[in-house]
Write a protein that binds this ligand. Sequence first.
Ligand SMILES: [Zn+2]
Length: 85
Amino acid sequence: MRLIDADDFRSWLLKQKRLSKNYTVAALDEMPTIEPDPKKGEWIKQNPTVDTEECSECGYNIIDEEFETLFCPWCGAEMRGEQNE
Ligand SMILES: [Zn+2]
């Protein structure tokens, strides 16, 4: 598998007047491979009286900080809260 920027490819496609299948596939092959930025988040305490925390990226809840993980188990964000620094 190779990752490309689909937005860049879409922009290129929209500028083309005529496209053949071979030309489009060749252009796709020439698109640079990208490294996606890893998603980053943190555990946020929701309420000072209730011991729950929530992922800042997807809202996944954990019961309390004992269950904090380095990555959100739901969305995979790397959790960079003060616990992990
Ligand atoms: Zn999450």
